[in-house]
Write a protein that binds this ligand. Structure first.
Ligand SMILES: NC(=O)C1=CN([C@@H]2O[C@H](COP(=O)(O)OP(=O)(O)OC[C@H]3O[C@@H](n4cnc5c(N)ncnc54)[C@H](O)[C@@H]3O)[C@@H](O)[C@H]2O)[C@@H](O)CC1
Length: 173
């Protein structure tokens, strides 16, 4: 994601307090370095994050994924409140960080994003999400969507993203 943002002319700063040990994380970090995208130095406190937030416009939350299980351990137990307290708009990827994939926001530290971009299909835990809600990841074959009654919205034309609408057809917010 940061590499795409860089290509579209944004200047993201990455918060990754513990360098990822998986090969995929290492390769993504190399791509970001090669594009001159800044990563905050690994740290166990949230000071650098708070400083970076003071000169940021929006938070793109991709900290925890659908396999997250609470409670939130350090250093994220400090980082999540810093993100919330910044009052910046938050866009979460797939599931807001700190939310349980099925039970939803059961952790008090869980983020309250303004926008959620669900991938492939919205997860059970975001049923009560009230902000703007988009769906991306347009690769579910109709046979699976029907079989599992995913009830996915129609993507217009060649779009790779679609916004969920309310029952009266208007967009949320
Ligand atoms: N894993 C996947 O297949 C995909 C992940 N995506 C997104 O990528 C982001 C990261 O997803 P991951 O699946 O890597 O996320 P995980 O929730 O598996 O882990 C992210 C990091 O958080 C740490 N962590 C997990 N539980 C914790 C807890 N309770 N307290 C403190 N630290 C904890 C893990 O050790 C890991 O370093 C998310 O926004 C997710 O939605 C999507 O972009 C696409 C597919």
């Amino acid at each position: 994601m940061p590499t795409l943002l860089g290509m579209f002319g944004y200047t993201p700063t990455i918060y990754m307090p513990k360098p990822g040990s998986k090969d995929i994380y290492k390769r993504l970090k190399t791509q970001c370095d090669n594009m001159g995208i800044k990563t905050l130095p690994p740290s166990s406190d949230a000071e650098a994050l708070t400083t970076a937030l003071s000169s940021s416009d929006v938070i793109l939350d991709a900290i925890f994924g659908f396999s997250f299980k609470g409670p939130v351990r350090p250093p994220f137990d400090e980082a999540l409140p810093s993100l919330t307290n910044s009052k910046l708009p938050i866009v979460s990827v797939d599931i807001p960080s700190g939310w349980d994939v099925e039970a939803g926001k059961i952790e008090t530290l869980g983020l309250e994003p303004d926008v959620l971009v669900s991938l492939t299909a919205p997860k059970e835990g975001v049923k009560l999400f009230k902000g703007r809600h988009f769906l991306g990841g347009r690769f579910v074959p109709k046979i699976f969507a029907d079989k599992y009654q995913l009830n996915l919205p129609e993507y217009p034309s060649f779009a790779q993203i679609v916004e969920f609408t309310t029952v009266d057809g208007s967009h949320r917010l």
